[in-house]
Design a protein around this ligand. Structure first.
Ligand code: FAD
Length: 426
């Protein structure tokens, strides 16, 4: 094993969509000597590779609407590269209280040009005939025509390649294994260096197992260590997604984020009427009143459901057929008779980084002179990536917050009145 010391101006821990976007946004502002470290840049277990590709700006908190709206504008500008399709989000409600809040929030959302419509139950069936089940189970729906679907891997790759072309270094198989901080005059602390362990290159099959082991146990077995180095940095940004609390713990911050498993499955639908199938495959995102969501994915349907009693943890196990049969299929049947004949094809599990109010955490970390963070975007990290990254980069570069993201500071959790509660959390 070799060891040594290296130096960089800005070190970004985590090269998922958020770390890559922040690196790109800093580089476009002319910030030099930026490095991104990640255990696995291919992202086998990264949320950025395992998500549903939904992109909406229709949230209940203004900061989330604003940052998602600017991200969707950015997706629109690169529509072909990111396969962004403005197919809309149809949100079905059975709970009258929730529907009332949704209607009230519409005014704020439409202030951002989202054009959200309210639909009565019978209008849902008239407008989307393929959703042909009993409309009386619903109290209403909202339809946001400018939301849609995106290819998250293409977005992440774009941020990375653009950042690389501006000189950012991406270090693969580099695991952040330690952090050293020092007290500064006054009461603040500074991150002096980060210990990074380089994992030996193995064949891809071996690597998958070892990456999974490290990302679930947080221990690197000595036989996997290629080298270890200390990276001195002027500034560090924690973009470790569901793993961000482990970094926070290393610098003595008690965290609020919980990594929580979310499962997704793909299914195929059989029907002799090709028109019906075409109608189904032309839908955008549908979120049922039961919290199940689905959208077409090529010739298949992608469906996701969050099991309410899911315990936090680094769990990537996919429950397979039983997830489909128990949680997905019965709920799909509530939405359309077409789902009577459908077949489970495959599925997977990834991690949400969940906060108590289900909004993300971004900004400088209080008590530190040179530590920033951007993580814990629950089910929103792709659709919020550009908005968060550009605002955070401006904050880092100019020393002042821009837009609204100051409210995403972690200090809000100490005061319940400052929580940014998002109830439309799927
Ligand atoms: C099933 C599912 C569905 C989702 N659906 C959507 C959706 O439709 N739309 C949407 O916008 N969002 C969705 N999300 C959420 C979205 O995917 C995440 O918010 C987003 O990808 C988070 O990006 P990130 O860069 O913060 O984290 P990640 O992509 O998880 O990146 C974190 C990186 O840190 C690395 N890492 C971890 N520990 C270390 C360490 N110690 N040292 C070095 N590297 C380390 C990992 O290898 C990983 O690459 C979904 C998520 C899941 C799981």
């Amino acid at each position: 094993m070799t060891s040594g010391t290296a130096k960089t101006n800005v070190l970004i821990a985590g090269g998922g969509i958020i770390g890559s976007a922040v690196a790109w946004a800093l580089a476009t502002r002319g910030v030099s000597d930026v490095a991104v470290v990640d255990l696995d840049l291919a992202g086998l277990y990264a949320s950025s590779e395992l998500n549903a590709g939904g992109a909406r700006a229709t949230w209940w908190q203004t900061v989330n609407v604003q940052t998602c709206a600017s991200t969707l504008d950015f997706f629109r500008q690169h529509q072909d590269t990111f396969s962004f399709e403005e197919r809309g989000y149809l949100w079905l409600y059975a709970n009258p209280q929730l529907f009332e809040v949704a209607k009230k929030k519409r005014e704020m959302q439409n202030g951002f040009g989202l054009g959200v419509e309210v639909l009565a139950p019978h209008e849902v069936v008239e407008r989307f005939p393929v959703l042909d089940t009993d409309p009386t189970r619903l109290v209403g729906a909202t339809f946001s025509p400018h939301d849609g679907l995106v290819n998250p891997n293409a977005v992440r790759q774009w941020f990375r390649h653009q950042a690389e072309s501006l000189g950012v270094r991406f270090l693969n198989r580099h695991y952040v294994s330690g952090v050293s901080t020092a007290r500064q005059p006054g009461s603040k602390r500074r991150v002096d260096w980060v210990e990074v362990t380089e994992i030996a290159g193995r064949d891809p099959m071996d690597q998958q197992g070892s990456i999974r082991d490290i990302l679930t146990t947080h221990v690197v077995s000595p036989d996997l260590v290629e080298s270890q180095q200390r990276i001195d940095c002027e500034l560090i940004v924690n973009c470790l997604g569901a793993w961000s609390p482990l970094f926070s713990a290393k610098v003595g911050i008690g965290d609020v984020t919980e990594p929580t498993r979310r499962q997704i499955c793909m299914l195929s639908v059989q029907h002799e009427d090709a028109m019906q199938i075409e109608q189904l495959l032309s839908l955008g995102m549908v979120v049922d009143a039961s919290d199940l969501y689905f959208h077409p994915e090529g010739k298949h349907i992608l469906a996701g459901y969050s099991i309410p009693q899911e315990a936090p943890g680094f769990d990537f196990h996919y429950d397979g057929e039983s997830f489909f049969m128990e949680h997905v299929w019965p709920r799909l049947g509530e939405c359309s008779s077409l789902f009577e004949r459908c077949k489970h094809v495959r599925g997977w599990a990834g991690l949400y980084a969940v906060t108590p109010d289900r909004s993300g955490i971004a900004g400088p970390v209080a008590g530190f002179t040179n530590l920033f963070e951007a993580h814990s975007f629950t089910g929103r990290g792709v659709m919020q990536s550009y908005g968060i990254a550009t605002e955070l980069a401006q904050w880092i570069d100019s020393g002042k917050p821009s837009g609204q993201i100051a409210v995403l500071n972690r200090n809000r959790f100490a005061d319940r009145d400052k929580w940014l509660v998002e109830d439309l959390h799927i």
